[in-house]
Design a protein around this ligand. Structure first.
Ligand code: NAD
Length: 338
């Protein structure tokens, strides 16, 4: 199969592309190598993917429609997986414009191109952040998600909405997945696991927001990739409508479905810190801080729809996943800091 993946120099895109290349597929990886975090890490990911002859990197921005269009047409993909985005909840308070450009304009460019080429399946990365501060848990895809707390969440919700209309108008089979705090080797430097590990190794304090009274449904990267790969074979259509599943999200107007990818096992922030301490064999210096603007108190996935569609539920334990991250970090930290 031929895949066109955006965001392959990013954390999730890298892992997904590697898995598909290992299975013998062709992957074109489109990424603008944005300077949001250490570009060296992005270059290292692309260098690792370039070991595979079937990997074709294209370095350009989503906002550059001619470059994007040229790359998609040349790749002739069966499946287009759009992961590139301005990610991160906190940075969206500082620089909302980056989110509008990458996540709204950039995603719209993807849709404009997807309607002109023939693809079997368009897949888009959305986020658990769009559930905002919903109090009813676990979060089902059918829950109301119209009260985003950040521009990050608002731009992802906008992408979902635009995608539904494109799917309806142009009959593009589309799956929007909502990811829940993904972590693992090659992870992002702006996320808690990376920051905590780095600071604890350097004897620096770690900042714990919300006085530790928060919880997250962590998803190990290999589990997430497994779920995406399985879902990629299930392009939404009336033939695969799940009539007996209460949380089926397949639209009545379009071949469009929203699917949570998370295991439904939230972990409290303090337990998370203890798991990192255990993996590193050293204690953290805890700096307790108030909840940050835009933070949500909890995320908690209902994985029922994912399980009904794929028979699969993310199940790697936090102990195992954090240990794998720490091993990777110890291996690359000198190169990353050089
Ligand atoms: N990691 C998580 O926990 C998580 C949770 C929910 C949703 N997501 C979503 O999953 C996707 C992948 O996330 P990630 O953790 O791999 O993030 P990442 O920042 O590591 O990867 C995103 C990649 O997209 C590229 N990019 C950003 N804006 C671009 C633009 N305008 N044009 C071209 N390239 C651009 C970046 O250079 C980067 O390599 C994102 O859409 C993100 O919003 C991630």
């Amino acid at each position: 199969m031929r895949y066109f993946i955006t965001g392959t120099a990013g954390f999730i895109g890298f892992h997904l592309a590697r898995r598909l290349l290992q299975e013998g597929h062709e992957v074109t990886g489109f990424d603008g190598l944005t300077p949001y975090y250490n570009v060296k890490l992005k270059e290292m990911r692309h260098a690792a993917l370039s070991q595979f002859p079937a990997f074709k990197p294209v370095i350009a921005m989503l906002e550059d429609r001619p470059a994007l269009e040229k790359a998609v047409i040349a790749a002739k993909p069966d499946v287009l997986i759009h992961l590139a985005a301005q990610a991160g909840v906190r940075y969206s308070l500082e620089n909302p414009e980056a989110y509008l450009h990458s996540n709204v304009e950039g995603s719209w460019n993807i849709m404009e191109i997807a309607r002109r080429v023939e693809i079997r399946h368009l897949m888009l990365a959305s986020t658990s952040s769009i559930y905002g501060a919903n109090a009813t848990v676990p979060f089902h895809e059918t829950d109301r998600a119209d009260e985003p707390l950040t521009i990050y969440a608002a731009t992802k919700k906008s992408m979902e909405l635009m995608a539904h209309s494109y799917s309806h108008l142009h009959k593009i089979p589309t799956t929007a997945f909502r990811f829940f705090t993904v972590y693992g080797p090659w992870g992002r430097p702006d996320m808690a696991l990376f920051k905590f590990t780095k600071n604890m190794l350097e004897g620096q304090p770690i900042e714990i927001y919300g006085e530790g009274n928060m919880s997250r449904d962590f998803t190990y990267i290999d589990d997430l990739v497994e779920a995406i790969v399985r879902l990629s074979a299930i392009a939404p259509s009336e033939e695969n409508r799940l009539d007996n599943v209460a949380v089926e999200t397949l639209s009545r107007q379009a071949p469009f479905r929203i699917v949570n990818i998370g295991g439904g096992q939230p972990v409290s922030l303090m337990d998370f810190v203890e798991t990192v301490e255990k993996a590193l064999g050293r204690p953290a210096i805890r700096k307790m801080l108030a909840m940050q603007k835009g933070d949500v108190p909890r995320t908690f996935a209902a994985p029922d729809l994912l399980v009904a569609l794929t028979g699969y539920k993310p199940d790697t334990t936090l102990d195992v996943g954090v240990k794998a991250f720490v091993e990777w970090y110890l291996d690359v930290r000198d190169e990353l800091d050089a």
